[in-house]
Design a protein around this ligand. Structure first.
Ligand SMILES: [Zn+2]
Length: 337
């Protein structure tokens, strides 16, 4: 990948060449099209977030750069493979916002265009990956449209979006769309078991609701769902403070922590609906009626939506815990009255 001025053209080392098992069929269709010179110069990968679209785009970029690729795999040995795996291939322009909350600017697209107009330094294809493509401003999208209308030779564009409705129809019509979805549970469990030996894969699949990249992040984050659930129960029992609990969540694991919280509330809601309320005084979340649990659920689900775009996730989690505790004490005092 080329290092140029913009902070939105980012080197992404891609050391491991591994198409996800459930995406291999789609990949083979594209690689076959490429070998028979039928691959369109612009692709748009669409589908929900966290299904591995960006990963797929990087694998395809590596495939199109490899100088000795077979029908479905890279050689992992040629100069292009070595450069792409290190994130230093000069003919791979990867466009992404440095910060998820920011838009992709027109200057970035113009810089990418400038590079793509030059002759390929490695003598092969030139690749431009853009993710998430919906982050482009209107002027950036219009600049891209102009390049797509008259693409430079031997150049492939791979756009990734989970909000294709936000893309310009004129851009969409110039790209071949490929929809990537969630894998079957069996396929996901089998892949995660190979990637994360000895870890609680089933729990991660449940927490991620079957979204592979989320499940992979949960297992890679080192967050322990059991411990986090127990800490949340201790928190509602008044044994630990919000600041202490939020402070203990590892950096970059806040989303996973919020997932554990949502699962805990869901489980409590299910058990409150199936079991008769015990006559003795109950503690912690167990004492909340379904309406209280529902309020908590909404609060936590809302927090999850803004979490990834928040600059200070630790503070957000702490504020969330304080608000949830207020809801809890409000219902708890009603019950005691
Ligand atoms: Zn190669």
């Amino acid at each position: 990948m080329k290092n140029i001025k913009s902070d939105q053209i980012i080197n992404v080392p891609c050391p491991q060449w591994a198409v996800r098992p459930w995406q291999q069929e789609d990949f083979l269709r594209l690689s076959t099209a490429y070998k028979s010179q039928r691959l369109p110069h612009a692709l748009m990968l669409v589908g929900p977030e966290f299904v591995g679209k960006t990963h797929f785009s990087y694998q395809l970029a590596r495939y199109l750069l490899c100088q000795n690729s077979t029908d479905k795999a890279v050689c992992n040995k040629c100069q292009a493979c070595l450069l792409a795996s290190a994130g230093t291939h000069p003919d791979w322009i990867n466009v992404q916002p440095e910060d998820k909350r920011k838009a992709l600017k027109v200057d970035t697209i113009r810089e990418a265009q400038e590079k793509l107009q030059q002759t390929a330094q490695q003598g092969g294809n030139k690749i431009c990956t853009i993710a998430p493509a919906e982050a482009m401003t209107d002027s950036a999208a219009n600049a891209l449209l102009k390049i797509l209308e008259e693409p430079p030779d031997n150049t492939y564009f791979i756009l990734v979006t989970h909000q294709s409705q936000r893309m310009l129809p004129t851009i969409k019509s110039r790209c071949q769309q490929l929809r990537l979805g969630v894998p079957s549970k069996q396929s996901l469990v089998s892949w995660l078991t190979t990637e994360h030996e000895g870890k609680d894969v089933i729990e991660a699949v449940r927490m991620s609701r079957g979204f592979p990249e989320r499940a992979n992040d949960i297992l890679g984050s080192g967050i322990n769902a059991q411990n986090s659930s127990e800490q949340l129960i201790d928190f509602f029992n008044g044994k630990v403070s919000a600041a202490h609990l939020a402070g203990g969540v590892e950096k970059s694991s806040h989303t996973e922590f919020v997932d554990v919280f949502l699962n805990l509330i869901t489980e409590r809601t299910k058990s409150s609906q199936t079991c008769e309320r015990k006559s003795e005084r109950q503690e912690g979340l167990d004492s909340l009626p379904p309406s209280g649990l529902h309020q908590l659920y909404l609060k936590v689900a809302m927090a999850k939506l803004v979490l990834e775009r928040n600059a200070n996730p630790r503070l957000l989690v702490e504020a969330l815990l304080v608000e949830c505790f207020e809801i809890y004490t409000c219902f708890d005092s009603e019950i005691q009255d």
